[in-house]
Design a protein around this ligand. Sequence first.
Ligand code: MCA
Ligand code: AMP
Length: 502
Amino acid sequence: MSGGNLYLRFEQAFAAHAERIAIRTADGRECLTFGELARGAARYANALAALGVTPGDRVTVQVEKSVANVLLYLAVMKAGAVYQPLNTAYTAAEVSHFVEDAQPKLIVCDPSRQAMMRALADAAKVFAVVNLNAEGNGSLATMAATMDDRHETVTRDGDDLAGLLYTSGTTGRSKGAMITHANLESNARALVDLWRMTPDDTLLHALPVFHVHGLYVALNTAFLSAASIIWFNKLDTKAMIAAMPRATLMMGVPTFYTRLLSEPSFTRETARNMRLFISGSAPLLAETHTAFAQRTGHAILERYGMTETGMIASNPYDGARLAGTVGFALPDVSVRVRGEQPGVLEVKGPNVFKGYWRMPEKTREDFTPDRWFITGDVGSIDVEGRVSIVGRAKDLIISGGFNVYPREIEEVLDALPGICESAVIGVPHPDFGEGVVAVVTAEAKLPPEAEIVSALSSSLAKFKVPKRIFEVAELPRNAIGKVQKAELRKRYAGTFGSPIIV
Ligand code: MCA
Ligand code: AMP
């Protein structure tokens, strides 16, 4: 059976495996069976209803990763509401845009942010603000504990929204990508099938759960297949190495793989029970692929996706997993390049989102007239259908799997006293793949770097703040006055040294 509220599919898997372990924290402090997971989600869903959340309402969530966060995620879906997760690194200034735009009924935040969120909530007429801390305690958990552990999953159409995930464009403010139950279900089913996930699997989960990768790719596939999860609240390579012999599967951004490789204790023996390592969200260097294969005997399976589309392409489970390629379009998903190759990749399929929240114009701009979504990634497709990404048509930096839009940083830099103009670029970084660098011209005398960084940090998430700032007399421009970022990227390529592969 398929269609409707995706939680119904999870519910079937949870009921069929009620006594088996669904999720266990790496430190052993928490362990839930699938039956307990289902009852916990029901309690949280009843708490949401008691807080006034009704089907279609947005629930904004900015909390540290915890098992309670998973229950909340499931509960929002079960209640037919729309989940809006936010990166915990976002500052109050950044969060205020998301809240104003999404107009949630409820905000769930860390207790340390309750006062700030309450102020935002009052301005945006949000109904309630509750909290959850890094241990999964807080006013929402307290309330959920008193609730009935039975709850009837709300009926939804496949076309109804399950998630509202914000993603920045090259111009303007972040846009909310409207993701439906049908988008999520088709993608999760395809991946479970492709990656052969079964109840015998144990997934190492160390990704954040506020982005598609850790939330939809990892959690939805594990829930649908009733795979067990070993849960890490953040990336901790030593703890992951200790737990790996009990696992079969891992999903990570390329930084996960370079960090594992930098640990001498990470060996073939560590990975002896693993059957699959998956990488995505940013390009995996061929050097990393090769070094990983030499160390462990495993060929990392690289796949490609976007917030707006979920997963688009994947290297095969059987057959060659080629470094530098992202494999074949998922079944039912089509990828094309119009005109000459390489060119901008366009996607069509049941995975493609419904549009940008309350932005019909922007939605129209990002689709072709025949309804293919324009990714902004530049790639080529070979005769067999294998996709390779060779660049980006969009001005985007991906640092450790987090997206940084240069224009957003440039606008903040240009408004700072002492700075005349700026260009923000990404250059090779041994840990994050790309590191953010700002090149600026000064009005008279440039303020000290630490002062600029501190000013930027007050409004921008830490991962967006340039790790180096260089002063130049003038920015290189082409004949029509456009800053030549390619030239700057070349000039500052060695800033962080070359990739370190042990
Ligand atoms: C942390 N810092 C960073 C990053 N992460 N700087 C640049 N880029 C980053 N990604 C900064 C912190 O602010 C801090 O600065 C210092 O680095 C160390 O912070 P720490 O918290 O210790 O870092 P970490 O916990 O080791 O985090 C690194 C990380 C993390 C594990 C790689 O960034 C991460 O979880 N990335 C995964 C992102 C992800 O899930 N992307 C999926 C997007 P200071 O020292 O100055 O305080 S979904 C997507 O893209 C699509 C759909 C797809 O295809 O999947
Ligand atoms: P986001 O907007 O956070 O969903 O990021 C999506 C972007 O991440 C894509 O448009 C690509 O530029 C990039 N991306 C995801 N997976 C890969 C990959 N395997 N190789 C290269 N880039 C990737």
